[in-house]
Design a protein around this ligand. Structure first.
Ligand SMILES: NC(=O)N[C@@H](CC(=O)O)C(=O)O
Ligand SMILES: [Zn+2]
Ligand SMILES: [Zn+2]
Length: 435
């Protein structure tokens, strides 16, 4: 199997390459990257004017299966990821049952194989049933194939238990992905705490809810030697704590989500339940620090926190609606429109945060276009301008605050292990009836 990608702009953060060239893939691997490759290839893609980058990796996705298949399942989540240019995704454990056993991991791996589109790496829960009481069988889950542990959706509030989890993670050399939310402080808040929440008569979630646990977990990581990754960072103090930890040489990484660098809490004035997520949209000052953190490198990763919810669940009004929005199919466009086009990040820095750094944090092959590496490639038209249309999403859920937003940057091809799984909006092997 040969695939030749002609005349694209090769952006490879792993080798710091940014040049016009061709890429040849043979039998699922990168065989050659240079100008003017001419060979009898089975398939040729013309990438003139487009970016050819290592396959994107999203380390924070909720696939909802098992248990919440009315929101999403492994197959629809994979289709959505492929449309968004992702060749690898990590799925969070807040399913029903929770990913806290080898059985659930085997189940997801089986579903991934049937979907046959991309790599899906399950993340194991830290505690049994995400109950925060007893550690899950982390070693067994690691043997079954988890890529990290996380209590995402919740925080392990028992500091002693979290310390034991992190010590074990350090011993097993597996990352800990932390959802930082002090439940005592967050209480029943529904939006960012502050003046606007008061004005809107909505209960606020103060920044301190996030900041306290960010601080705690950074300290625990230092004490235990665990590799700590901070999920969906949203506050300026969190960015500061992470920056300081990195300056001290500690083993801490962090992600932000496109909605947290694109929107402020002012979007909540619409009372659109699709502006409700956890952590909440924050103040202008927080967003500025998030953006500075991205630029300075304090923030390593852009992850979507794709959190699908059914329209019926979201349509009950702002206060009652569940937290979370979908993100797989809008991430590239928001990254280009909000960060590259506004000169916050270079194209290479954007791809580093969406592919190379995620691969490094997971310790997996990927995020590189070097010869011999996995043939996972995403092709992006950075100029394509269009309006986001939620009805075109392949995710089962359409809960986005970005519907109708005018953006620039479209994924045109997703290539996994040398096979084109999406081309110009069409999935491999798809028929009209599949949608
Ligand atoms: N982010 C969200 O608002 N919701 C997530 C949980 C989470 O990521 O904490 C979900 O599972 O719905
Ligand atoms: Zn979370
Ligand atoms: Zn999440």
């Amino acid at each position: 199997m040969k695939l030749l990608i002609k005349n694209g702009r090769i952006i490879d953060p792993a080798s710091k390459t940014d040049k016009k060239a061709d890429v040849l893939l043979i039998d699922g691997r990168i065989a050659e990257v240079k100008e003017n490759i001419n060979i009898e290839a089975a398939e040729v893609i013309n990438a003139e004017g487009k970016w050819v980058v290592p396959g994107l990796i999203d380390i924070h996705v909720h696939l909802r299966e098992p248990g919440y298949e009315h929101k999403e399942n492994v197959l629809t989540g994979c289709k959505s990821a492929v449309m968004g240019g992702f060749t690898t995704i990590c799925c969070m454990p807040n399913t029903k049952p929770v990913i806290d056993s080898t059985e659930v991991i085997d189940f997801i791996n089986k579903k991934t194989k049937v979907a046959d589109l991309i790599r899906v790496l399950p993340i194991g829960s830290i505690t049994i049933g995400q109950q925060g009481k007893e550690l899950a069988p982390i070693k067994d889950m690691l043997e079954a194939g988890i890529c990290a542990i996380s209590e995402d959706g919740k925080t392990v509030m028992d500091t002693g238990l979290m310390e034991r989890a992190m010590s074990l993670a350090a011993q097993l050399n597996i990352g800990v992905f932390s959802h930082c939310e002090d439940h005592e402080i967050a209480q029943n808040g529904v939006m960012n705490g502050g003046e606007l929440a008061k004005r809107l008569k909505l209960q606020g979630i103060p920044s301190a809810a996030e900041d306290n646990i960010t601080k705690r977990d950074i300290q625990l990581a230092k004490k235990t030697g665990a590799k700590l990754h901070l999920c969906h960072v949203s506050t300026k103090a969190s960015v500061k704590y992470i920056k300081e930890a990195k300056l001290r040489g500690e083993n801490v990484t962090a992600e932000v989500c496109p909605h947290h660098f694109t929107l402020t809490e002012e979007a909540v004035m619409s009372k659109d339940p699709n502006t409700k997520m956890n952590p909440p949209l924050r103040s202008r000052g927080d967003v500025e620090e998030i953006i500075r953190g991205l630029k300075e490198g304090t923030i390593d990763v852009i992850a979507t926190d794709h959190a699908p919810h059914h329209a019926d669940e979201k349509s009950v009004g702002f206060e009652e609606a569940p937290f979370g929005i979908v993100g797989l199919e809008t991430a590239v466009a928001l990254g280009i429109s909000e960060l590259v086009n506004k000169n916050v990040l270079t194209p290479m820095e954007l791809i580093e945060k969406m592919s190379t750094n995620p691969a490094r944090i997971l310790g997996i092959e990927g995020g590189s276009l070097e010869v011999g590496k996995r043939g996972d490639i995403t092709i992006i038209d950075p100029e394509a301008e269009y309006q986001i249309d939620k009805n075109k999403f392949l995710s089962k859920s359409k809960n986005t605050p970005f519907n109708n937003r005018l953006v620039q940057g479209k994924v045109t091809h997703t290539i996994v292990a040398g096979k084109v799984v999406m081309e110009n909006g069409k999935l491999k092997g798809e028929t009209e009836n599949d949608r």
